[in-house]
Design a protein around this ligand. Structure first.
Ligand SMILES: Nc1ncnc2c1ncn2[C@@H]1O[C@H](COP(=O)(O)OP(=O)(O)OP(=O)(O)O)[C@@H](O)[C@H]1O
Ligand SMILES: Nc1ncnc2c1ncn2[C@@H]1O[C@H](COP(=O)(O)OP(=O)(O)OP(=O)(O)O)[C@@H](O)[C@H]1O
Ligand SMILES: [Mg+2]
Ligand SMILES: [Mg+2]
Lengths: 257, 257
């Protein structure tokens, strides 16, 4: 049984990539086999793992040359339990080609079912900051959709729009779509706006907010600068502890253990 | 003579909207007539000005019903010198329709020349966090392209990719495209990564970095939460002072006064 998790948000810079990297690492360290997929043309995942050489295969082949075997699509990381499919759609022409195929919103779901099901315990997808066809591919393919939220006004406004669009997708595309929860990220309890907005989120969305809150954490910025997850670089930091707690909360809350 | 300025970056959450809002306000307070255009489906500009009611006209009509008169497209702000065109492409169907028209990469440039030239001193465009057709429309239409940069590793990696794509645009679409400069935002000199990355940027990009640096500033978070620019809410804050200094640097550096 493979559980597919997506980190999605139209708002930029809210911790989608950071959360995807660190949750993947937490599961890999915990003994689960994890495949990450980077759907963001920015290619942040490889930078986060300190991988500088562009792989010859990745997201482009997943969409445009599906006969490429899975183990050729994957790039290895320093963890034996963690592989990832690099976002190699850096040229505008590649991106354009991929988006044509992704217009079939069920493409990724079908590919995962036929190529990946059973080979990994988790598939974790990092999405670009948009609501375009690649993000919708990820939402439709996911068992759990996690929405990182920075507790600031513009991110809150963007979340409201995202939830409206999500409802549109549920009625028009796939009624099984479900949000697993909202994850508060970069939280600084000394900033009043953060306290006020987090209270609003709990008040309006109660059960769909993860109990685990990811605090603002300097070691996260440092670890990303040296191409490591914060779990690898500073295991006792508040950031690392929070992501390990999140992994456990997900295992418990969704009976995955 | 109307000067068109775009804030563009594929990286999310680096201060594109915050910079567009505050530079617009700085120019308006200084007596210049300013038109903002929000090309981001997230509609962050209206939230930043505290405008809650969706306007019936905006970016959608600019692209899909160009016979709509300019003054009907505009939403007024509390400044008499500052109007904006709201991003009213919140439904997926609207976004899809606009993107079809924006496939003509010179569309916005031609619309500005025929409808806006001479009516405002500045047009300031807020872009979405992507390198899609709406962003390219803005780049092609701009006299000055400003790239906000957060001094963290993932933003730096994304900047490198953005500059590569920009070169592709210069050779394939429009050789006149020029970057006015890179604007360091949310800078916190107590964070070592911020100091190291800002040094790298100065070293590699010298003349194309604005002297003005926008520091991390709590009042910016607060002002956005109450729907005001930081210049309106806390004129003496470090954030407000920095954006006023940026306005002056732009006027001097590009002989606009
Ligand atoms: N808890 C945290 N504390 C401090 N900094 C953080 C934290 N989480 C993420 N960051 C930093 O904030 C920046 C934005 O995070 P990240 O790139 O993961 O967001 P994103 O949503 O993936 O952005 P994009 O929308 O561009 O894909 C990065 O520089 C990252 O290192
Ligand atoms: N100098 C600053 N100091 C502190 N916070 C800031 C600063 N500039 C912007 N912010 C806050 O950081 C968040 C991201 O800024 P903003 O939304 O302007 O970035 P953006 O690049 O427009 O994001 P997106 O990619 O989603 O469009 C906002 O909540 C904003 O209030
Ligand atoms: Mg990301
Ligand atoms: Mg923005």
């Amino acid at each position: 049984m493979t559980t597919v998790i997506s980190f999605a948000s139209q708002k930029g810079g809210v911790g989608k990539t950071t959360s995807a990297i660190n949750l993947s690492t937490a599961f890999a360290v915990g003994g689960y086999r994890v495949l990450m997929i980077d759907l963001d043309p920015q290619d942040s995942v490889s930078a986060s793992f300190g991988i500088k050489t562009a792989s010859s295969y990745g997201t482009r082949e997943l969409y445009c040359d599906p006969s490429t075997p899975l183990d050729e699509l994957c790039t290895k990381t320093r963890h034996e339990n963690l592989d990832f499919i690099m976002s190699n759609i850096s040229l505008m022409a590649d991106e354009y080609e991929v988006i044509q195929v992704a217009a079939d919103l069920f493409y990724l779901k079908q590919w995962l079912q036929s190529e990946v099901e059973g080979k990994y315990d988790f598939v974790i997808i990092d999405c670009p900051p948009s609501m375009g066809s690649l993000t919708v591919n990820a939402l439709v393919a996911s068992d759990l959709v996690i929405i990182p939220l920075q507790c600031e006004a513009l991110a809150m406004q963007s979340l409201k729009r995202f939830l409206r669009t999500f409802k549109e997708l549920q009625t028009k595309i796939d009624s099984h779509l479900r949000i697993a929860g909202i994850l508060l990220t970069m939280y600084d309890r000394q900033i009043e706006v953060h306290r006020v907005i987090s209270q609003q989120v709990y008040h309006y969305l109660q059960g769909s907010v993860f109990q685990t809150i990811i605090p603002r954490c300097g070691e996260i910025i440092e670890s990303s600068a040296v191409g490591k997850s914060v779990i690898n670089k500073s295991i006792s930091s508040v950031g690392s502890t929070a992501y390990i707690r999140l992994a456990n909360e997900i295992l418990d809350r969704f009976n995955i253990r």
